[in-house]
Design a protein around this ligand. Structure first.
Ligand SMILES: *Cc1c(COP(=O)(O)O)cnc(C)c1O
Length: 380
């Protein structure tokens, strides 16, 4: 009997309580009972988002919410700025180009953070900009930018700030209102510890104004319909009923743990993981100064095949890390610190990493990663 430990940055480990919640009987969605679930889910989401804005619930993966943001905010020919410092930033660019926005691409070297100053410069150069698209935690590289500083720069312009917080929500801080984030997208299968299937979009008053003006054709992802439905505590179409019911329990767990306590816990797990990796010769991929606590991306030692490493860990031992995407394929491994993970999950992951690296001929002292991680975890 092999374990199945997901240390991947989505989907994430679903804790037993939520597996049970996901197995609850399906009720009809046009009923007062289900409305009660919608109400609780929206209230809980607003707390995690730290917002008073609307939060709409979509039935899709996270990318569906990204597409919803694009089609509802921009019209063909609009100028937008999209930050591209990894696979998910690239997705913003591809979406904007698909819907024929004039896309100013702010290319950032993988592993480095975009800066508010550069966004300010691009906005000054393109004063007609309608939207700025950024990623809270760039899951492909492990980078987080200073979203607060970017919000300060965007707020007094004509543009809305759109943040992909799919991997970051409930894992690292995002203060939607205080940081002037007009639209924030997220999903059920990352920090919220559920199966994939629900996605979320928040919208400020400024964003709602854009929604009502955009001329891009849209149907399933028309947020004007979501808004109308939400006012009646309803959804435009049949939602992923089972996940929404379980979301109420997930949000209650988060509330009980306390958001700030969760952020602190993930930061500690990230610190311990990094210390462990460094102790066996694996360096952090992103610049330390902009590394997110959502996940740790480390460089695979030279001479070791990163793809074989993660495949062996998964197939032989049931412990799943993510590999590198695109140009980082085989070159980095990524370990998540989100959702229902605790220190023993991290230690188990590091133990397995040591075992397979040892088998593959990497030279280090067995136990060094565990010792270094334990020291961090047990610091008082
Ligand atoms: C997972 C993820 C997404 C969405 O991916 P889906 O596969 O569509 O759910 C978007 N952005 C980031 C940063 C992510 O980590």
């Amino acid at each position: 009997m092999k374990r199945n430990l997901l240390l991947t940055p989505g989907p994430t480990q679903v804790p037993p309580q939520l597996c049970a919640a996901l197995g609850k009987p399906i009720i009809h969605h046009r009923t007062p009972q289900f409305q009660d679930n919608i109400k609780q889910a929206v209230e809980g989401l607003k707390e995690v988002y730290q917002t008073k804005n609307d939060v709409y619930i979509l039935t899709s993966s996270g990318s569906g919410a990204m597409e919803a943001a694009v089609v509802n905010l921009i019209s063909e020919g609009d100028t937008v700025i999209a930050v591209d410092g990894g696979k998910f930033g690239e997705r913003w660019v591809e979406l904007c180009e698909t819907y024929k926005a004039k896309t100013v691409v702010y290319k950032v070297e993988w592993g480095k953070a975009p800066t508010a100053q550069e966004i300010k410069r691009l906005l000054a150069q393109n004063p007609q900009t309608k939207a700025v698209f950024v990623t809270l935690a760039e899951t492909s590289t492990g980078v987080t930018p200073n979203v607060k500083a970017i919000g300060e720069v965007v707020k007094d312009t004509k543009a809305v700030l759109v943040v992909d917080a799919v991997s970051g929500l409930a894992v690292q801080e995002i203060k939607t209102d205080e940081w002037y984030c007009d639209v924030v997208v997220a999903a059920s299968h990352k920090g919220l510890m559920l199966s994939p299937g629900l996605a979320f979009v928040s919208a400020s008053a400024k964003a709602i104004g854009f929604m009502n003006q955009a001329t891009t054709p849209r149907y399933y992802f028309d947020l004007r319909e979501c808004k109308k439905a939400m006012e009646k505590v309803d959804t435009p179409f049949t939602p992923a009923i089972g996940i929404l019911i379980a979301l109420v329990d997930s949000l209650a767990m988060i509330k009980k743990d306390g958001l700030q306590n969760m952020f602190t816990r993930y930061a500690l797990l990230a610190k311990a993981t990094r210390a462990g990796c460094r102790a066996i010769g694996l360096s952090l991929f992103p610049d330390e100064s902009c590394a997110t606590n959502v996940l740790t991306a480390v460089n695979v030692p030279s001479g070791i095949d990163g793809e074989k490493l993660t495949k062996t860990m998964r197939d032989a031992y049931g412990i799943t890390f993510a590999g590198g995407q695109d140009k980082l394929k085989g070159k980095v491994i990524r370990m998540a610190h989100m959702g229902a993970l605790d220190e023993y999950d991290i230690l188990t992951g590091l133990a397995c990493l040591e075992k397979v690296l040892h088998q593959m001929g990497h030279q280090f002292e067995l136990g060094a990663a565990l010792a270094a991680a334990q020291k961090v975890l047990n610091q008082k």
